[in-house]
Design a protein around this ligand. Structure first.
Ligand code: SF4
Length: 390
């Protein structure tokens, strides 16, 4: 039976994508996911997973750390091998600094021995009365052991730009999922055979800062499991898959097919009305939503204008909606109307002219051009002009 959870197996990224209160499981993805995008990605499979920039940086770092550990490469060699060319030279420098920082601290995880890296674990989460067995799976960056015979360590690499506190590590939802996957598992039994009460220790390897060590109590792990079951039940029974605006919308590959994204101006107007007519206490709650909406509106405006510009630049004047668009010189009033400007300004014109020509001369010289050639060059970058159709 086809269900809302493919292969009846849930993962941290699926929960993040669907959205569930208080989650921030993957760097760069906001707390709120989007059921509509979840459906497109995991059920209809009409879009590949979008790659937000921070995620791409994080994946490259994961790969480089994996290579450092597995193939014993230098930071430069590991990074070169793992490099995603879509990232910038600044990213490369930052990533290299992070890797060197890890090595200076004594390696990825000093004093511990690696058992496996990128280990995929899968475990029965619960049996649903309608959909049957539902599993949970996760890929653990690193698993290893130390001196103690009854302790198994797992680690997750984090490229966060701000350090974590011990409380952050204790509340780390992803960490609890890994501890639960290892707890009472065949994998644990294989690695620590015959150990009666094995201890599972999580390590948050913050590549820019330090490593935090964390233990979860049985109650904390069970609370995570109950929450994951409740989330799985909700996803399995979801019917609407309504869109939910969130930080990832800017990278969303189905935004042009999304009523919430396309309806942003209306959403903006509603927010504006609310902000105008509510008390300070209520407005405080609206600030984040208003900022996020403003950012999305700005992007939408910029993208739309670029699209129109490209059309007009490629095929000449265009009639779109109730407007006519064409390109006009962006310097026409400043340079072409000099005689008129002279008449209007009298002697002051020469002060302005001296300044303008000095600069023009300098800029033209920088470009190895005469002033006339330079002006022609600037005027060949015309700006978009919009007129209501007559
Ligand atoms: S653009 Fe629409 S579908 Fe995409 S994440 Fe945002 S709300 Fe969801």
């Amino acid at each position: 039976m086809k269900t809302n959870i493919p292969y009846n197996t849930l993962s941290n990224s699926q929960i993040t994508k669907f959205g569930s209160g208080g989650l921030d499981l993957v760097i760069g993805e906001g707390h709120a996911g989007c059921p509509k995008l979840y459906k497109a990605q995991y059920i209809d499979k009409t879009v590949p997973a979008p790659m937000a920039y921070p995620l791409s940086f994080g994946i490259t770092m994961h790969e480089a750390l994996y290579l450092l550990e597995k193939e014993d490469l230098t930071p430069e060699e590991a990074l070169t091998k793992a490099w995603d060319p879509q990232l910038t030279q600044k990213d490369f420098a930052e990533a290299l600094d992070d890797l060197r920082n890890v090595i200076e601290r004594g390696g990825v995880l000093p004093n511990l021995h690696t058992i496996s890296v990128e280990e995929r674990l899968k475990k029965l989460l619960y049996v649903d009365e309608e959909y049957g067995e539902i599993y949970y799976q996760g890929i653990l960056d690193w698993i290893g052991i130390g001196e103690e015979e009854d302790v198994l360590y797992f680690a997750d690499y984090k490229t966060d730009r701000a350090p974590w506190s011990q409380a952050d590590a204790q509340n780390w939802v992803q960490g609890k999922s890994y501890a639960w996957l290892l707890q009472d598992s065949e994998y644990l039994e294989q690695q620590l055979p015959g150990v009666e009460r094995p201890v599972i220790v999580g390590l948050v390897e913050l590549t820019k800062f330090y490593t935090l060590q964390v233990n979860y109590t049985l109650e904390e792990i069970e609370a995570w499991r109950a929450w994951a079951e409740a989330t799985a039940r909700k996803i399995l029974r979801e019917k609407d898959f309504a869109p939910k605006l969130n930080k990832g919308c800017n990278w969303c590959s189905i935004q042009n097919d999304c009523e919430a994204w396309l309806g942003l101006p209306e959403h903006g107007n509603t927010l504006l009305e609310k902000l105008n007519n509510t008390s300070l206490e209520e407005r405080v709650d609206l600030i984040d939503e208003a900022k996020e909406t403003k950012k999305k509106l700005d992007k939408l405006i910029k993208d739309t204008e670029s699209e129109i510009y490209e059309k007009v630049a490629a095929t000449g004047s265009q009639s779109i909606g109730k407007y006519e668009f064409n390109l006009e010189s962006s310097l026409s009033t400043k340079v072409v109307d000099l005689p008129n400007l002279h008449d209007a300004m009298g002697d002051k014109f020469y002060e302005l002219c001296g300044f303008t020509f000095t600069n023009l001369k300098k800029w033209a010289k920088d470009e190895n051009a005469t002033i006339d050639e330079y002006i022609a060059q600037i005027e060949s970058n015309p700006r978009l002009k919009k007129n209501l159709k007559t």
